[in-house]
Ligand binder design. Structure first.
Ligand SMILES: NC(=O)c1ccc[n+]([C@@H]2O[C@H](COP(=O)([O-])OP(=O)(O)OC[C@H]3O[C@@H](n4cnc5c(N)ncnc54)[C@H](O)[C@@H]3O)[C@@H](O)[C@H]2O)c1
Length: 257
């Protein structure tokens, strides 16, 4: 893909959870398409490092301390983005409570942990949408991509709060697409398959990793860049008639599911 095909150079994107892994890859890929990127994350230092990396490559970016679970923090990050770049055109809702969570039977999940996951992953996403849509409505153009998970199609066990939260994003996207389409704003969901990195790689047994590869049509390990390419397409001008959709990037793991 080149920037001309995508047609989004000069736009501004907020990528939540952009300090590492999938979010970081999305920030770098959008920047390579000429997008000005705001990298929001709890890990503010690492978010700043990603912004430094983008600027060193000739792009435009800032890091921003962000807790999507905290409405004040979300509003402050959106304000900082506007102060620096004028307005926000693109939102990649990638931040989530995910790799910090352990696997456990549903009846062992503490209620406090359930509430925290649901609040962060669902309400946090909603808060980010609320913070950026005024800009999109007033300019008549916007892109929102919600990062869900293939786990909800597969019904992954021992991760009920997470899977429930990710399933809700698909419904949120479809309904938002109906409300925002008239303003030139598209809303889509991506469903990454199993991307093995860091903690995620170390906590899954080799047998499980091999089983996933065997279930994929393309039996190769999935990487963050594959997710970032799909996200960038959905954020582009080229995808202007794609809305309310769920796109699985998983080597065919969940196809037909
Ligand atoms: N890695 C996978 O296999 C996989 C598969 C399916 C879906 N996903 C989804 O992709 C997204 C990114 O996954 P990842 O593997 O890169 O996860 P990760 O845990 O490595 O990164 C998540 C990032 O979000 C940030 N974050 C967490 N809570 C936050 C909050 N409240 N406010 C702001 N930032 C916050 C973290 O600091 C981190 O930088 C997540 O939404 C995850 O659910 C990942």
């Amino acid at each position: 893909m080149n920037s001309d095909f995508l047609g989004i150079a000069g736009r501004t994107a907020l990528v939540t959870g952009g300090a590492r892994n999938i979010g970081r890859a999305c920030a770098l890929r959008l920047a390579s398409a000429g997008v000005q990127v705001v990298i929001g994350d709890l890990l503010a230092d690492q978010a700043n490092q990603v912004a430094d990396e983008i600027r060193a490559a000739g792009g435009s970016a800032i890091g921003c301390a962000l807790d999507i679970a905290d409405r004040v923090s979300v509003e402050a990050c959106a304000a900082r983005a506007r102060e620096r770049f004028g307005r926000i055109d693109v939102l990649v809702n990638n931040a989530a409570l995910f790799s910090a969570l352990g696997y456990q039977d549903f009846d062992q999940i503490p209620f406090e942990e359930w509430d925290r996951v649901i609040h962060t992953n669902i309400t946090g996403t909603f808060q980010c949408v609320r913070a950026v849509t005024p800009d999109m409505k007033s300019s008549g153009w916007g892109r929102i991509v919600n990062v869900s998970s293939g786990t909800y199609r597969m019904g992954r066990p021992h991760f009920l709060h997470y899977v429930t939260s990710k399933a809700s994003l698909a419904g949120m996207s479809r309904s938002l697409a109906r409300e925002l389409g008239q303003h030139g704003v598209t809303v889509n969901t991506v469903l990454p398959g199993v991307v093995l990195h860091g903690l995620q790689a170390s906590r899954l047994p080799d047998q499980y990793k091999q089983m996933i590869l065997n279930m994929q049509c393309v039996p190769q390990p999935l990487d963050c860049e594959a997710i970032a390419n799909a996200v960038t397409f959905l954020c582009s001008e080229a995808a202007r008639f794609v809305t309310g959709q769920e796109l699985a990037i998983d080597g065919g793991l969940t196809h037909g599911g």
